[in-house]
Design a protein around this ligand. Structure first.
Ligand SMILES: Nc1ncnc2c1ncn2[C@@H]1O[C@H](COP(=O)(O)OP(=O)(O)OP(=O)(O)O)[C@@H](O)[C@H]1O
Length: 615
């Protein structure tokens, strides 16, 4: 059996949804993000304060301009008088004060700009870093079945693109939203305090802007969610194709694959078009709403100034301020865009983090060195998701330290059985014990540490030969690595590689042959020195001579440990203490080689076919 990764949407399959409880209403993604970033609330608060102060000083220049106009036009500034008590001296002194104030304001604005930029961007990095590690750690804990329902490219899109999307928003967008809010509040206060007669003109566009933004958000959110899900499918397709490039070439399906990619890319493009159509309308709409406020201030402020109810300086300041309101609000569209994308991504990342772990670890610790290795399966039934049972009411007892073999037709459930021992899947009923303890009670990591598994499809990591052998055995010395390689009959070929144990094996070990990869995997399991060894077709890709050599080493390796060997070539397991013949998820016969031959049953028939001997 191979662990296939199927291309499908990241959404759980309909079948998976059938039995699940009704969906719980989730809190708003922003609240979810804030609650996730609890550790950074202080930094967020400080960053927000710096953003607000920066905006406050950014809005101060119209005040200086207004004051300067008043000083020139009326010899005194109502704006300055408003803030100070007493005489500020002659005109020149007043200008000197204004100039000094300008310097102070500009410096403070710059200082807070530096502070908020650093704080927000560092915050983005911190949250991104935490989310990436948390999400990845969580994904590692999820059961194998979870990955079979999803595409690895889709998961990559969440772990990479979606998390980066948050960075983009936190870097710039969050600060912009705060700037807009601060601008609205500061300008409204300035109007109410300095020009109460026309304060309504500044407030006029606000309800429309807020209402418009909310409506806009409601329609844009699902469009961005669709964009994110389409990008997942696209990444899934790309990852799958890159992994199967040799197959594509050999089947000359390049054009077919381009077409399939075109369809996914087209779906992504169309979903983006739909989002763009709406998002691009926002700025022009908001600008027109702002125009209302600007025109009202210009007109009614002008009337009041002409009637002598307002000074020229205050009037100028108000006109400048309302202008200042215009620009951040028009940028709001872009910011909302970023915000919506970030929220769609937040949901996807946090949904992943909230995915329940189906296979929970037990609490009983297991010390590897103390494991005897007796394995018992009692009445075990197992079925893959949505399928008929593969293993039904199976009984099997493997005494500690024995070597047993499992043989049987392809698809009879041999690999599935060992995956159940590793708790990669959960059994439906029955019980599996190790040294008398139900494996569900054992700490999952301890259980897996006690088992050395050479699977049918060997996976090597990008790195050196030595690193791959030592994988799972941190602290192994080169001497131990070489010894394990010798026992696995791998040392000789490793020596012929360009850089010996330091040779890079390539992604998934693609620079090595199938047989070489298998031998590295055996060496890796030997080095781990587990009390239980599982060899699932471990030597299927090596030639007869190497296989015979490995068999000789295995005699040494399997001594004093429980070994389960799965093989199609019966010659490789004929010396096993017990041989179990599986047929459609059940044990059809068992015994040692001679006893099974004497039975003249399934095993004997298989043996005849493989050896060509008529018994
Ligand atoms: N992840 C899975 N999801 C659904 N069905 C699966 C899955 N893995 C295996 N199966 C099915 O379970 C059955 C048993 O598979 P398994 O890999 O255990 O067989 P096997 O005896 O090891 O076969 P082989 O000798 O070919 O390796 C097969 O019919 C297979 O299609």
């Amino acid at each position: 059996m191979t662990d296939t990764i199927r291309l499908s949407s990241l959404a759980p399959s309909t079948a998976a949804q059938k039995g699940s409880p009704p969906p719980v209403r989730k809190p708003h993604p922003l609240l979810r993000l804030l609650s996730y970033g609890r550790a950074y609330h202080r930094q967020m608060g400080l960053a927000t304060l710096c953003s607000v102060l920066n905006q406050f000083f950014d809005l101060a220049p119209p005040f200086i301009i207004g004051a300067a106009i008043d000083i020139v036009a009326q010899r005194e500034s109502r704006l300055i008088n408003w803030f100070t008590v007493g005489d500020l001296g002659d005109l020149r002194t007043q200008f000197l004060i204004l100039t000094g104030l300008s310097f102070l304001i500009w410096w403070l604005e710059s200082a807070f700009e530096y502070a908020y930029a650093r704080l927000w961007r560092n915050l983005a990095q911190n949250i991104e870093h935490d989310l990436r590690l948390d999400a990845y750690s969580h994904v590692q804990e999820l059961e194998t079945a979870y990955f079979e329902e999803r595409s690895s490219g889709g998961l990559m899109a969440i772990l990479n693109d979606d998390i980066n999307q948050l960075e983009r928003f936190l870097d710039i967008g969050a600060n912009e939203l705060i700037h807009v809010a601060a601008t609205i509040i500061i300008i409204s206060i300035a109007f109410v305090l300095l020009a109460p007669g026309i304060a309504w003109t500044a407030v006029l566009p606000m309800p429309f802007v807020i209402w418009g933004s909310l409506i806009f958000q409601r329609y844009l959110a699902p469009r961005y969610a669709e964009v994110r899900s389409k990008v997942s499918l696209l990444s899934g397709r790309l990852a799958n194709n890159l992994g199967g490039m040799t197959t594509i070439k050999s089947f000359v399906t390049e054009d077919y694959e381009v077409e399939r990619l075109r369809a996914d890319s087209e779906a992504y493009r169309q979903s983006n078009f739909r989002a763009i159509a709406l998002s691009a309308a926002f700025i022009p709409l908001i600008r027109n709403v702002i125009l209302l406020g600007f025109a009202a201030t210009l007109l009614f402020g002008g009337f009041q100034t002409a009637d002598g109810l307002m000074s020229v300086g205050v009037y100028s300041m108000m006109v400048f301020l309302i202008q200042r309101l215009l620009w951040p609000l028009t940028r709001l569209g872009e910011t909302m865009d970023q915000y919506q994308r970030a929220m769609a991504s937040t949901n996807r990342v946090l949904d992943l983090l909230d995915t329940p772990i189906q296979i929970q670890s037990g609490t009983t610790p297991l010390v590897k060195e103390k494991v005897k290795g007796e394995i018992v399966l009692q009445d075990v039934t197992f079925a893959y998701h949505d399928r008929q049972p593969i293993i039904e009411r199976l009984h099997l007892r493997i005494p500690a330290g024995q070597t047993i073999a499992i043989v049987g037709a392809t698809g009879s459930g041999k690999s599935t059985l060992v995956k159940l021992l590793l708790r990669l899947y959960e059994i439906r009923s029955g019980v599996i014990t190790l040294d008398g303890i139900d494996i569900r009670q054992l700490q999952l990591r301890d259980l897996r540490r006690a088992i050395g598994w050479v699977s049918q499809d060997v996976f090597l990591f990008h790195g050196t030969v030595g690193e791959n052998i030592a994988y799972g055995s941190p602290g192994a010395t080169l001497e131990e690595i070489v010894q394990a390689a010798q026992l696995a009959e791998a040392h000789e070929f490793i020596e012929t590689l360009p850089r010996g144990y330091d040779t890079i094996v390539g992604e998934r070990g693609q620079k090595l042959s199938g047989g070489q990869r298998q031998r590295l995997a055996i060496a890796r399991a030997i080095l781990k020195d587990p009390p239980i060894l599982i060899l699932d077709e471990a030597t299927s890709a090596v030639d007869n001579e190497t296989e015979a050599a490995i068999q000789r080493s295995l005699e040494k390796i399997t001594r004093n440990r429980t070994t389960i060997a799965i093989a199609h070539r019966l010659s490789t397991i004929r010396d096993a203490d017990q041989i179990y013949v599986m047929e459609q998820g059940r044990i059809a016969e068992f015994g040692d080689h001679d006893a099974l031959l004497a039975k003249q049953g399934l095993y004997a028939a298989l043996w005849r076919v493989q050896t060509g001997i008529r018994l």
